[in-house]
Design a protein around this ligand. Structure first.
Ligand code: GLA
Length: 382
């Protein structure tokens, strides 16, 4: 796809693209819903990506075509407002990037990709990142990768009504082959940690339950965390987000919080602790202990944060009892999408066969399985 994006552009628009760029989806090993609580996350960019090709036009039009969906839109350059579907991400990126840089006039855009939509692998962040990266190069704006990530996040907030954190856009733009990234979502400092386990594979199992973050419970979770903070701040004026709250502080004021808000806060505080511990374990090469933290993360996501679903719980339970799987949990925003599993190489095939057959029997559909490599983040396609 990367190889033929320019060719596709030429075929569709009948002229040469001026620039082409790609940006990947991501996995997240541990640290879910911690980003908008100013905690830590541990994502890596993957070998599924969105590609875009762009050229200027003289018509003051933004013409876009997504070959994946065989679906096209055309907007005037003064029509930069939220719309339904994938086009909104392109319009949002143009709107915010123009505001901070310069006007771009009319452009033609072709987009293609293989990041599954609604699978918790950040297809929308990959669209924003690939497109933003391409525009930045085409118009010589010199925005940093982090600025582009923040613009992607703003687009998600304002053009898709999802009050997401920064993990997905960050990962798509900063990915490094063979490495995961420990990102401090408050300071935006990050470090690369080698994911150097040649005997293991990262395997994603897609429930095919498509999660829609917009209008879903995602924004509610964020509000519940904010509610928790507002209450705890009365007792501890020096805390600004759940990242600052210790487990002792939470317990000492448990009765001041509603039962639901307490559970949400409990999950976030412990998930952040699991992440910090997990990074140490990865550093020591202890993948087995890391895997146990993944299971604990899933239990919290399912019971405390309540962002799992029957299908994800089923997949994780089946992984738990399968020899060769060291860890498994639901990944991403939740309510479906993929589980992430770390599996011994020689068991991957058996696991895939097993999980397909039990899932089919239970839910009458075949899950998609992706054996994932950790790859580079956004880049130009020459
Ligand atoms: C979605 C959001 C991210 C993050 C995850 C959950 O992917 O876009 O910012 O909150 O959910 O960890």
């Amino acid at each position: 796809m990367e190889k033929n994006i320019r060719h596709q552009f030429q075929q569709y628009f009948g002229k040469e693209a001026l620039i082409a760029a790609a940006a990947p989806g991501r996995v997240n090993l541990i640290g879910e819903h911690t980003d908008y609580n100013e905690g830590f996350v541990l994502p890596g960019a993957v070998d599924k990506k969105i590609c875009v090709a762009i050229a200027k036009n003289e018509e003051q039009k933004i013409n876009m075509y997504a070959s994946q969906y065989q679906n096209k839109f055309s907007f005037g350059t003064n029509e930069l407002h939220p719309v339904k579907g994938w086009a909104t991400y392109l319009l949002g990126m143009i709107y915010f990037l123009q505001k901070h840089n310069s006007d771009i006039g009319g452009i033609d855009i072709l987009i293609d990709g293989d990041v599954p939509v609604g699978a918790g692998m950040s297809s929308s962040a990959a669209i924003c990142s690939a497109f933003g990266f391409g525009l930045n190069e085409l118009f010589h704006w010199n925005n940093s990768r982090m600025e582009l990530a923040l613009t992607g996040q703003k687009t998600e907030h304002e053009f898709a009504s999802v009050k997401c954190g920064i993990m997905d856009q960050f990962a798509s733009l900063h990915g490094k082959k063979g490495h995961v990234m420990k990102l401090d979502c408050r300071s935006l400092d990050y470090s690369y940690i080698p994911f150097d386990f040649p005997d293991y594979k990262i395997v994603l199992v897609n429930t095919l339950v498509s999660h829609s973050l917009a209008g879903s419970e995602y924004n509610t979770r964020r509000q519940q965390c904010e509610e928790g903070i507002a209450t705890l701040q009365k007792y501890f004026p020096n805390i600004f987000s759940l990242r600052d709250v210790t487990s002792e502080q939470l317990e000492s004021h448990k009765t001041s919080l509603s039962e639901v808000v307490y559970r949400r806060c409990h999950f976030i505080i412990h998930e952040n602790m699991r992440l910090l511990q997990g990074c140490e374990l990865l550093g020591k090469g202890n993948i087995h202990a890391f895997g146990k933290l993944m299971y604990a993360s899933h239990d919290g996501l399912s019971r405390e944060y309540e962002v799992s679903c029957e299908e994800s719980d089923f997949l994780v339970e089946n992984a738990r009892s399968f020899a060769g799987v060291v860890g498994s949990r639901q990944m991403g925003g939740g309510f479906g999408g993929c589980t992430i599993n770390i599996i011994k190489n020689d068991q991957v095939e058996n696991f895939n066969r097993h999980i397909r057959s039990v899932y089919e029997r239970e839910f009458d559909k075949t899950p998609e399985i992706y054996i994932t490599q950790i790859e580079e983040g956004a880049h130009l396609i020459l």
